[in-house]
Every structure is written in C-alpha cells, then in structure tokens.
Design a protein around this ligand. Structure first.
Ligand SMILES: Cc1ncc(COP(=O)(O)O)c(C=O)c1O
Length: 425
C-alpha cells in the first residue's frame, strides 16, 4: 500500500471525503504532497511530478519563487498579524491601482470567494437593486449568490444549485449563456432590478472557454447603457494574462474587479477594487458591510507586494514566453490528437489551455459539458502515471508557470502523446 493511500484512509476519517476542497478529490485517492519547488512537486512516496495544476492558477511564478520567499521570511521576523493598518497595505494597494487603472480604491481580503461576495454586495448596495446576472459555467467562489450553474468542482460534481443554499438567494441570480451578449441584453431589458453583471473575462472553470470576438466589448456597452455595474472576476486572469489582467489584454474597463490567486503567488490574499464612488460604499464610511480579521495581514501582503514587483520586473518578457510555451504545447497536443484521428478541441490563451474530446467547438457551458469527460479522466490518469500533474477535472484548466522549462514541456508532450493513444482505445 502506498503512503498516499494509507494517508487518504486516515484523512477520510477526520476530513469530509478526505479533502479540504472538492476539486482535489479523485479516485482511488489523491496523492499526498511533501514539498514543492519551481515547476515540481513531490509526493510522500518520493515520486516527482511536473506541476501543471499550479495551485489552480495561483502559482504564476512557480513554487517557492525566491523573491517571494525572502519577502515573506523577512516579514515573519517583524510580525504576522497586526489588525491595525500597516504601510504595507498602502504599498500593495498602490501597486494594484497602478496595474489596474479601472480601480480607484481597493480592499484586501483573503480569498477569491470573499472578493466576489463583497463585489456583489457592493453592486447591490450601490445600485439599491437586487438581482445579479452571471454567466452559465462561470465559477465565482463558494457562496450562495454565485453557486448557480457554476463551473469548476460544482460542474464536476453535477451540482446546479448547492443544497443548503436558499431559494430566496438563488432566485435573485439570473443566469445567461456565456458568449451570448444578446441574451444578456434581453434579460437586462426585462428586469428593472439588476444590480450587477459578473463575468470571468476568460472562462477558466469549464475547461478553458474563450470570449468570442466582441463579447466582452458588447457586454461592457450593454451594462454601461443600462447603468448596471460590470464586475470582472479576474481571480484567475488577473496578473496571469497580462500585468493588468484580462481588462488590459482586451482593453475593457469594468466597474468592479476581483483579484486573487496570482496576486499572492501561493499565499492567501485576494482583493476587490473598483471606481471610488462604488468602493466608498464600504463600511465604515459607507453602509455596505465587509470585514475580516485576517484581511491585510502583513505576511500575505508582503507576498502580494513581492509578487507584483516580480511580475512587473519580468514584464512582457515573461508574458510572451508563457504565451509562446502555451501555444507550442497546445499545438503539439493538437497535432498528436489530429494524427490519431481523435475528435477533439483545444482552447488556449496566454498561459492556460484545455483539451476537450468532442468534434464541436467549445464556446459555452453546454458545449463543454458535451465533451467526453470519461476520456478526459483516462488521459488525466495516464498523465499522472507519467509524472505530469494537471487538475483532475475536465472543468479545470492546465496552467503554465514562469518556472516551466523546455524540458518540462517535452516531458508533457511525451506523456500526452502516449496518453492520447490510450484515449483512442
Ligand atoms: C474565477 C474565480 N473566481 C473566484 C474563485 C474563488 O476563489 P477562492 O477559491 O480563492 O475562494 C475562483 C476559484 O477557483 C475562480 O476561479
């Protein structure tokens, strides 16, 4: 019996399903990790994996990036929690605002879920309206307003509305099709009570689904014309697709933005920012309540400052290398699947990609759900055997990090190549 298998049986006795987040679960058992460095992680049985899960996108700079480790180590000597303001918070807020010109003020929180929950409450408080519009398959965290037709683990586990969530809440979340701006316009026109529209500018929680050519521009226009705040959930795309996120990449200014994941490169930090008049609604100056003991804690903030400074220093060189690597890997896998005559699609953008086993383009929730998830699962298991770790679900994406090397890519191509042969049979 492997050590991971034994640890998983112990874990199941004290942790529901043995995992602290559902996407980490897969059968027969997930591997237990002891350490990580750059593009690699090692399990308790001594096996090394090249990590393409990358903290579900958080580790843009790879594991244990030296600048971040040294900033955090230095902070540990100065204190871990003050619960009174520190100049570090001002420095980080200024860095965020400089990278994201749509943001006039920003509040630091701990997780992406907290950030989107606050963004939605802000939109409601600011407009004095109730309804939120989200897009099918977008995942915005584990809270009631957004756990409606959500992607990620929610789609993987076939949960359309979470049990325990209140109908009274989900009824106020209207869902429209991703890449369908006409449907958004119709729903806004029919409902005079819309407080905000929240969207993943690149949908990274149904596999990878790209926004069609004018989709983001159109939804910006529609929301502006109807005075409905537009929330860009950039928890995944922020700092990943460019230093200024998807909004810089596509040239669109949302009213509210959420950031997380790569903001802390492995440390627990997220942020919600937006126009000053909206952000000023937050307590104590305003009447929209938001609070957290750990918000702005100096360890995570030190990680955030160091992350942004490092990402900014590496700049275009890093982003174009990541794009090049991601395109090369995606195209290599595409070619192999084509040669093997396996019906498939590959969607890729910046440093993210996903393969779908279907002959139809994947452009939304339904087309993603129609892909053959069993085949994907077979591929996942083969990759794992070969020491390539990707997220264990069709509804996640493969993430590259700055730490990946040419050698890592070659290893991945070899593993996908033999893996796709097993999928064919
Ligand atoms: C787009 C998006 N928004 C929000 C969240 C929630 O973030 P967290 O898991 O940090 O609560 C996620 C998590 O994967 C996400 O992908």
């Amino acid at each position: 019996m492997s050590k991971s298998s034994k640890m998983f049986s112990d874990a199941k006795k004290v942790i529901p399903s043995g995992v602290n987040s559902p996407v980490r679960y897969f059968t027969p058992y997930p591997f237990f990790v002891t350490k990580s460095d750059k593009s690699s992680i090692w399990d308790v049985d001594g096996k090394k994996y090249t990590d393409f899960c990358n903290g579900y996108g958080a580790l843009l700079l790879g594991h244990r990036r030296k600048e971040i480790i040294s900033a955090v180590s230095a902070q540990l000597k100065r204190g871990t929690l003050f619960c009174t303001p520190s100049d570090l918070e001002v420095e980080l807020s200024n860095l965020i605002i400089k990278n994201y010109p749509s943001i006039g003020k920003v509040r630091l929180v701990n997780t992406g879920s907290e950030a989107t929950m606050t963004a939605i409450r802000l939109a409601r408080g600011f407009t004095k309206k109730k309804k939120i519009i989200k897009f099918e398959g977008c995942y915005h965290g584990a809270h009631d307003s957004v756990l409606v037709k959500a992607g990620s683990g929610s789609a993987h586990n076939g949960i359309s509305v979470s049990e325990g969530g209140l109908d009274e809440v989900s009824r106020n979340t209207l869902v429209v099709q991703y890449n369908n701006s006409q449907q958004l316009e119709d729903v806004i026109r029919k409902n005079k009570d819309v407080a905000g529209v929240i969207v993943e500018p690149i949908l990274a929680n149904m596999g990878l689904v790209l926004p069609e050519k004018n989709f983001l521009k159109d939804i910006r226009k529609i929301t502006a014309q109807n005075d409905v705040p537009l929330i860009f959930d950039e928890i995944v795309t922020g700092f990943r697709v460019s230093s200024g996120g998807a909004q810089k990449y596509f040239g669109i200014k949302p009213d509210i933005t959420t950031l997380g994941k790569a903001l802390g490169n492995g440390f627990t930090i997220a942020a919600v920012g937006g126009k000053k008049e909206i952000m000023n609604q937050l307590t104590p100056g305003g009447r929209v309540y938001q609070a957290s003991t750990f918000a702005g804690n100096p360890v995570s903030v030190a990680a955030g400052i160091s992350s942004i400074k490092t990402m900014n220093k590496l700049g275009n060189k890093m982003y174009s290398k990541l794009e090049r690597y991601c395109a090369a890997l995606s195209r290599a896998i595409d070619d192999i699947a084509t040669d093997l005559k396996i019906p498939h699609q590959i969607n890729f953008s910046a440093s993210m990609f996903q393969i779908f086993f279907t002959d139809k383009p994947v452009i939304d929730y339904h087309s993603s759900k129609n892909a053959d998830a069993k085949k994907f699962n077979k591929l996942f298991r083969h990759l794992l055997k070969k020491g390539i770790f990707i997220a264990p679900s069709q509804f996640e994406v493969v993430f590259l990090s700055e730490a990946h090397t040419n050698n890592d890519l070659n290893k991945a191509v070899d593993a996908y190549s033999t893996g796709l042969q097993t999928v064919k049979h």
